[in-house]
Write a protein that binds this ligand. Structure first.
Ligand code: NAP
Length: 505
């Protein structure tokens, strides 16, 4: 990294590529580029270590909610997951293993916050400007900043007067002792579902402030015994078979339950019935059951898996509060029904901001001064194959509208690795070094996904009141790619090469 870019005309940019983000997405992109022979990489990471979400999140109860055989790189299986759904710390160790095995650490620069990136069309390179005043240049820019990386902290009236402790789940204080505390959790998303049973065990009193209930289905989770781990290690095809079986099940859930809702409504309704039966078995009090039952269709917002969440509401020290929060006072929270809950520890499980401050996570200015965030927000959120945009040459934006494919994030990562290989293979073949997707290809892709989405639960179902982050501020469901995993993988390996223009000096 240098204080100022070198004279790019004479020497070329500092690096082949700048990758922003050292989570699984950024590491997958780095592996893809290294396989293509691009080894001069700068992986810039705002946190102080690698692993992305699995470095940032370490709240009690954290575990993956897609079975680990599937939630991992297909080319780097880990036979030693301790459970079907590995705890968060194992994911962090797996990320470290991948970084070491693929020699990625030497490219990583931690505590480096990228604030802006700008394309230079004469020199055909990107400059990334960091918060500490440095500039880094690269022929290519790959952003892998995550979908859920900008914490959402609601602006509750009077919260600044609250005298107790406030913890956002992404900023967990390890070892914080809940014993003797009157705790509150705001939010009932996937994070809260994992956290609430843990805080219920540890605190004197816990009030859960729920605005929108979440669909929760049982989690079939078991330890993976030593002999099975040895079998996976010695006969890798057995783990591959387990991955295939699990991934196929998830695929059915995603395609039938969510994307093809219109054609396969009974599949979606079956999932909702399963979640309702789970609630019926676990929660004794009828009023609490009713309050915990969503009114929107299954799949409108990301459903979750847990065997302990509903049961936590049976505990005498746990209260479910559904009246909306009006204001904070120094010692508690006042709700619309006029009641006040005295609280000394407040946990904000309030999720992330995707559409206002993410997409992109920092300012990106392309050709002719096109500002990516402004272009998306003023017009429509869009990205060809979920990765590239017209007027943004040599940019691969890996967390973009329509890029999330399948239920496991690794589907998205590996499909994008294929896209990178095909695109860079073509530049290699034609002796070029600069690509840009055409306006026409981008428009065709946008029209197709918009059309396909009409069959999804987001448009054919009832998502009113779901407050789902799958929808952007214009009311469009622009996060998920509306086709099956095999279709995405196939398309990323076969997209028409003429959908891009190529050039060199
Ligand atoms: P989330 O799903 O966005 O949930 C945020 C929660 O906070 C919602 O219940 C939301 O209520 C509530 N909230 C936000 N602002 C509020 C306000 N002003 N007043 C009252 N309530 C408010 O965030 P998350 O739980 O962190 O999960 C995000 C995603 O992370 C998940 O969908 C999942 O993809 C991923 N995740 C994965 C794992 C895993 O694999 N292990 C674990 C955790 C999370 P509303 O619904 O009413 O807005």
């Amino acid at each position: 990294m240098t204080e100022a870019p070198r004279a790019v005309d004479d020497f070329g940019p500092d690096h082949d590529a700048i990758i922003v983000g050292a989570g699984f997405g950024g590491m997958g992109a780095a592996i893809a580029l290294k396989r293509l022979g691009l080894d001069d990489l700068a992986i810039l990471e705002r946190e102080d270590d690698l692993g992305g979400t699995w470095h940032v999140n370490h709240y009690p109860g954290l575990a993956v909610d897609i079975a680990s055989v599937t939630y991992s790189y297909s080319f780097e299986p880990n036979p030693y997951w301790s459970r079907l759904f590995a705890p968060g710390a194992e994911l962090k160790r797996y990320a470290e293993h991948v970084a070491d095995k693929y020699d990625l650490r030497r490219h990583m620069r931690f505590d480096t916050v990228v604030e802006r990136a700008e394309w230079d069309d004469d020199g055909r390179f990107w400059t990334a400007f960091t918060a500490d005043g440095r500039r880094v240049t690269g022929r290519y820019l790959l952003t892998a900043t995550g979908f859920l990386s900008q914490p959402h902290i609601p602006d509750f009236e009077g919260i600044e007067t609250f005298a107790g402790k406030i913890i956002h789940t992404t900023d967990w204080e390890d070892g914080y002792d809940f014993a003797g505390k009157r705790a509150a959790v705001i939010g009932t998303g996937a994070t809260a579902v994992q956290l609430i049973p843990e805080i219920a065990k540890r605190s004197d009193a816990l009030t859960v402030f729920q605005r929108t209930p979440i669909w929760v289905v049982p989690k079939v989770d078991l330890p993976i015994p030593g002999p099975v781990q040895s079998l996976f290690a010695k006969v890798p095809v057995t783990q591959k078979a387990a991955r295939l079986a699990n991934s196929s099940l998830l695929e059915l859930l995603m395609v039938l339950g969510v994307l093809r809702f219109k054609q396969a409504k009974p599949g979606n309704k079956g999932a909702a019935l399963l979640a309702k039966a789970h609630l019926r078995v676990q929660v004794r009090d009828r009023g609490t059951r009713e309050a915990l039952t969503p009114t929107y269709d299954f799949g409108c917002k990301r459903p979750t898996f847990s065997n302990t969440y509903f049961a936590a509401f049976n505990k005498p020290n746990v209260t479910l509060e559904t009246s909306s929060i009006v204001r904070f006072e120094p010692d508690g929270i006042v709700t619309a029904d006029g009641a006040k809950t005295v609280v000394d520890t407040l946990v904000l499980a309030t999720g992330f901001n995707l559409w206002e401050v993410n997409f992109p996570a920092f300012q990106i200015v392309g050709r002719d001064g096109r500002d990516l965030g402004k272009w998306w927000r003023d017009g429509r959120f869009q990205a060809y194959e979920g990765v590239t945009m017209p007027k943004f040459p040599n940019l691969l934006s890996l967390n973009s509208p329509y890029s999330y494919s399948g239920l496991s994030y690794f589907t998205t990562i590996e499909s994008q690795m294929r896209h990178i290989s095909r695109l860079f293979g073509e530049m290699d073949r034609t002796g070029t070094d600069t690509f840009e997707v055409t306006e026409d290809a981008n428009e065709r892709f946008l029209n197709r996904v918009t059309d396909n989405l009409r069959s999804s639960v987001f448009y054919a179902g009832d998502c009113s009141g779901s407050r789902s982050y799958y929808f952007n501020q214009h009311g469009e469901a622009t996060l998920l790619r509306p086709n099956s995993t095999p279709a995405t993988l196939h398309e990323m390996s076969t997209f028409p090469l003429a959908d891009y223009t190529y050039r060199s000096a």
